[in-house]
Design a protein around this ligand. Structure first.
Ligand code: ATP
Length: 571
């Protein structure tokens, strides 16, 4: 009665095994006087392969197919990553050109906007001395008029969204690794806070920028970005750390938080000693810390020694912004002006400063034809950029799908074949081996026996002597089954060494490292070589780890590491 159990364990019936089984006293041949045994019937049946399947042995062709699929997906991912990279380069190049053309025609990197505040109920003389166009602003004073030209002029009714829309390209540039600085400048009460911070209902540039940065970073998974935030206020020559932990007493510690020192690090970059730098894992954290900084900013300066450095304070700001205003950085200044006649002198002062910052005289305007050419060029570049962005998004989606398929295939592979391989390699005790050779768990065997004996009439159940004989016969069969099993196992090991073994370089590439960069570096000679080159050419900025914007892409590691500074400048 145990024969079917033995048969169930035979995965690849060979002639030897067949012979062993058929010669067993319990397994009679078709010619035997007892007629064909259940085993013989099973072995002769055309459905043997389906019945004789060892649960621990997966067909080799399935293994090869899965392995091939993994390799194909790896190749596809490498190709898509390259495509994604080149589209991203294309987009970045177009964006840079746009910013350069849109920026000052002379300095190339500073864009200056002007925003006119609307009349407020508290304003006294609501006579508007300013006339505006989309790039021009004219101020009338004592019968004369003065004209200023900027990259963009926002009318009093301009929405926060419109202003942010013009800032957005510069943010993308920040994610591409450029230092970016957004400044608001103007007379008191003209809307600097409103433009940069805004209100809960009408958020300004900063909250929108934080949201957009995290959103943009989440769209592209070809590299990883880390964000951190620092906030400081420059007031009367003193630097206040807005994110510092609350001082326990109004003492020296509190004072030092208001008198940070500006230093130059070993690389000649600006370093504000002791400035709090908080890592931002997500947008929620960014919003929280930004809110904290805003609240601290609104509190009064009580412990500050106002006489300390008045003489060289409009220079502290310059020192702080030095890196952000330097070569290769993108600067955006918003000059805020009042619409009131009473403020007209201040307005002219602000506009003159903004004009100097922009570096172009309004009377040296570009001829109309050149202007049109410039606009046309910008429109073409914007189209290129949009196309590259859309294409890049498609590739990113394909990449995500391929990565999901790859991880699913790997999971399948490791559960099916590694388990199987481990199973076949684990040394088994004689008892375990016997159990396995017989196959069905003991309980099942008992069940079968129990079921059968209970279903048989008493006279058909075995006597003590017949049980002894049966046991001896079983032992013999089990002995043969064990030797067969051993043979099977070694054959699994052999085939495994061809396809599943860790010594196989193809699988090594798949299993060894889940890190994409190194995996690609191993599997794709193109990437491996470029990574090597970049590694030798690029200088790695030794900023503290928390201050680094790390990237899995070797091309980005050097350029993104200045995010901390960019962020602090930004705020
Ligand atoms: N574009 C605008 N639309 C509606 N309200 C505005 C706008 N700009 C400024 N305001 C309002 O004008 C007032 C002064 O603005 P805000 O406080 O932003 O000026 P400020 O330049 O930051 O002033 P200060 O330099 O004194 O801090 C606020 O009540 C603000 O809500």
């Amino acid at each position: 009665m145990v024969i079917p159990t033995v048969v169930e364990q035979i995965s690849l019936p060979s002639e030897d095994v067949r012979g062993s089984l058929e010669s067993s006293p319990l397994v009679s041949s078709p010619d035997s006087p007892h007629g064909p045994s259940p085993v013989s019937e099973l072995l002769d049946s055309p459905s043997i392969p389906a019945i004789c399947t060892d649960v621990n042995v997966v067909p080799e062709h399935e293994k090869n197919e899965l392995e091939q699929s993994i390799l194909n997906l790896e190749g596809e991912i490498a190709q898509l990553s390259l495509k994604q990279r080149s589209l991203d380069d294309k987009r970045r190049e177009a964006l840079n050109k746009i910013l350069d053309i849109k920026g000052s025609k002379i300095s190339g990197s500073i864009r200056v906007f002007c925003r006119v505040r609307p009349f407020l109920p508290t304003d006294k003389r609501k006579i508007q001395p300013i006339s505006t166009g989309s790039e021009k602003i004219v101020v009338k004073l004592a019968g004369t008029s003065k004209e200023f030209e900027f990259d963009k002029v926002f009318l009093p009714q301009a929405l926060q969204e419109e202003v942010f829309g013009e800032v957005e390209p510069v943010l993308k540039s920040a994610l591409d690794g450029h230092n970016v600085c957004v400044l608001a400048y103007g007379q008191t009460g003209t809307g600097k806070t409103f433009t940069m911070d805004g209100t809960n209902e009408k958020p300004g540039i900063l909250p929108r920028a934080l949201k957009e940065l995290f959103h943009q970073a989440s769209l592209n998974n070809s590299f990883s970005l880390t964000f951190s935030i620092s906030m400081l206020e420059v007031y009367m020559g003193n630097l206040k750390d807005l994110l510092a932990p609350k001082p326990t007493c109004r003492s020296y510690e509190a004072l030092t938080r208001c008198n940070l020192n500006i230093q130059t690090d070993s690389k000649g970059l600006v370093d504000i000693e002791g400035l709090t730098d908080v890592a931002l894992p997500d947008f929620a954290a960014a919003r929280w810390w930004y809110g904290k900084g805003r609240r601290v900013r609104s509190t009064s300066w009580t412990n500050v020694n106002e006489a300390s450095s008045r003489s060289h304070w409009n220079s502290k700001l310059t020192q702080i912004l030095r890196d952000s205003l330097g070569h290769g950085s993108k600067v955006l200044m918003v000059a805020l002006v009042s619409p009131c006649e009473d403020d007209v002198l201040e307005t002219i002062c602000s506009l003159n400063f903004a004009k100097r910052a922009r570096g172009i005289e309004s009377n040296k305007e570009l001829p109309e034809e050149l202007k049109k050419l410039r606009e046309k060029r910008i429109a073409l570049l914007e189209e290129d950029m949009r196309e590259a962005e859309a294409e890049c998004q498609k590739v990113t989606n394909q990449l995500q799908k391929a990565e999901i398929a790859l991880s699913e295939n790997r999971r399948l592979f490791s559960t099916k074949f590694r388990l199987c391989e481990a199973e076949s390699k684990t040394p088994m005790s004689a008892e375990e081996d016997t159990k396995e050779a017989i196959g069905t768990p003991r309980t099942s065997k008992k069940d079968i026996k129990g079921d059968l004996s209970s279903s048989l009439p008493r006279f058909m159940t075995s006597t003590a002597a017949s049980r002894q004989r049966q046991s001896a016969a079983e032992k013999e069969i089990v002995g043969r089954a064990i030797s067969f099993r051993s043979g099977t196992r070694s054959s699994i090991q052999f085939s495994a060494s061809q396809s599943v073994s860790y010594s196989d370089p193809r699988l090594k590439a798949i299993f060894q490292n889940s890190n994409r960069k190194s995996r690609y570096a191993e599997t794709n000679p193109l990437i491996r070589d470029s990574a090597k080159n970049n590694g030798s050419d690029r200088r790695v900025d030794p900023l503290p780890r928390s201050k680094l914007a790390s990237s899995s892409d070797p091309n980005f590691s050097a350029t993104l590491c200045r995010h901390r500074r960019r962020k602090s400048d930004f705020i």
